[in-house]
Design a protein around this ligand. Structure first.
Ligand SMILES: Nc1ncnc2c1ncn2[C@@H]1O[C@H](COP(=O)(O)OP(=O)(O)O)[C@@H](O)[C@H]1O
Ligand SMILES: [Mg+2]
Length: 208
């Protein structure tokens, strides 16, 4: 299965989601993580990880632009699963990721800005569907602050637009920031059970 973590908006948790998903997949089968963002955050995570004992790891490589589709397609043949961390704007890289993927996972925050950015992304996804009609699109509510009504409002917006939304939510937790900075995932630094639990819920839904 080929997954692409996409959003035209930055800071929504694409890299955090991609790294967690790829590492959880790697625990079961050989997995490729393609860093498709010129800012190379997933590649930095992988580089930090190489200096640790954490295992298993997804095989990580950087690709940009159209190479995400051409090279990505060739490389993915050698792996059970591939996860693409796509760059945070409408680019050849984002479009290529959407053509390569079987499943697009869109992490979104809960704010009017996030909702506005969805409109741009939808156009790109609609275009990708012309060439990749089987593309599954799923939204992951990310960096959720359970104390506010924002998430409920965002959910209404997403349901109104008939998005397929994961039941699992990823809350705003320092554990994510720390884990990524240590070349790990939340399971491996193991201090925040709530974070581990919500990631497991997300993973279970992905695999259904
Ligand atoms: N659930 C979360 N809780 C706390 N911080 C998060 C969470 N998800 C992401 N972050 C932090 O927010 C910033 C942006 O996240 P990142 O995954 O890099 O987003 P993107 O790839 O969409 O730009 C990073 O500093 C990251 O550590
Ligand atoms: Mg990123």
């Amino acid at each position: 299965m080929i997954f692409a973590c996409v959003n035209t908006k930055g800071g929504v948790g694409k890299t955090t989601t991609a790294v967690h998903l790829a590492t959880m997949l790697a625990r079961e089968q050989v997995t490729l993580l393609i860093d498709g963002d010129p800012q190379a955050s997933a590649a930095s995570w992988a580089a930090w990880r190489r200096d640790t004992e954490f295992a298993p790891s997804p095989t990580t490589t950087c690709l940009t632009g159209k190479a995400i589709l051409t090279e990505g397609r060739a490389l993915a043949k050698g792996f059970a699963h591939t996860v693409v961390d796509a760059g945070g704007r409408d680019s050849a890289g984002l479009r290529s990721a959407l053509l390569l993927a079987n499943c697009a996972i869109i992490p979104v925050g809960a704010s009017n800005l996030d909702a506005a950015a969805m409109t741009d992304l939808l156009e790109v996804i609609d275009m990708a569907r012309d060439y990749n009609p089987e593309l599954l699109v799923r939204v992951l509510l990310s960096r959720v602050d359970p104390r506010t009504r924002d998430t409920a409002d965002m959910l209404t917006f997403l349901n109104d637009h008939q998005f397929n939304v994961f039941k699992a939510r990823v809350c705003e937790r320092v554990a994510y920031r720390r884990a990524i900075g240590e070349g790990a995932i939340v399971h491996e630094v193991g201090r925040d059970q709530a974070a581990i639990l919500e990631m497991n819920e997300f993973f279970k839904e992905v695999m259904q």
